[in-house]
Design a protein around this ligand. Structure first.
Ligand SMILES: [Fe+2]
Length: 238
């Protein structure tokens, strides 16, 4: 079985349509998203409509849950006061502009999704199996991987939230951070799609990087009234 996974799209419809076109050539059995569908780029309604139209199932991210329920804060963490100020502007913008239908869709997203393929249990969630806003980076100590594994009986865990893709094998399990379709932070501004091929004897993980019109996406951020800061971040992939 082959699945394609779209992590953290964050309102970037240019990246999503390019990613979807690339996936069409590969013809996976199923395409999933990992939530965080809005914020930082303006096209949250368009992203949700696109996913619905193409029957792409997925899970609820911290940004989805907080936008859907008009919370005070997105549950994100910041590296500095400027980032915090900009992120607050993005959150307020997104809460104000997301349609009631979009919020309803976000509200109904499940916390996690699971399926069995070739005898292996696959679990998808946004950040960790029990909390949707913890950053599960590759360099977390093995103790953290062990603690997270203990929360589930899954053989393969697929998640995002950090926007930095990796695959790690530990304790007989496979951990896959799918990176980000719409807002990569690993220095490579191309959209990241994760392809996971499950056979009886192994799990193959491939990170496919898809170029898209980053300048068009950046211009749309500025035109929408969102801070130019996010246009710069998109170009720099950080
Ligand atoms: Fe997130």
């Amino acid at each position: 079985m082959k699945v394609a996974v779209f992590g953290d799209i964050h309102g970037n419809i240019e990246a999503l349509t390019a990613a979807y076109s690339a996936v069409q050539l590969i013809k996976p059995d199923k395409v999933y998203h990992l939530g965080d569908l809005g914020g930082y780029s303006p096209f949250i309604d368009e992203v949700v409509a696109f996913l619905s139209e193409h029957n792409i199932e997925g899970v609820q991210g911290n940004y989805d849950e907080t936008i859907a329920n008009d919370r005070e804060h997105c549950g994100c963490k910041y590296e500095d006061p400027i980032q915090e100020e900009m992120a607050n502007k993005s959150f307020e913008w997104t809460k104000k502009h997301a349609s009631p239908e979009t919020k309803e869709y976000l509200r109904k997203l499940p916390f996690s999704l699971s399926f069995v393929a070739e005898g292996k249990k696959i679990l998808l969630f946004h950040a960790t199996p029990s909390k949707n806003n913890l950053y599960w980076f590759e360099d977390r100590p093995e103790k953290f991987f062990r603690e997270m594994s203990a929360k589930t009986d899954a053989d393969v865990m697929i998640y995002g939230h950090t926007h930095k893709p990796y695959r790690k094998d530990f304790g007989g399990k496979v951990f896959v951070n799918a990176g980000s379709v719409g807002k990569p932070k690993d220095g490579d501004r191309r959209s990241c799609i994760t392809l996971i091929t499950i056979t009886t004897d192994k799990v193959d993980v491939e990170f496919l990087r898809v170029p898209y019109d980053v300048h068009k996406a950046a211009d749309a951020i500025i035109a929408s009234g969102l801070p130019e800061y996010f246009a710069d971040r998109l170009k720099e992939a950080r």
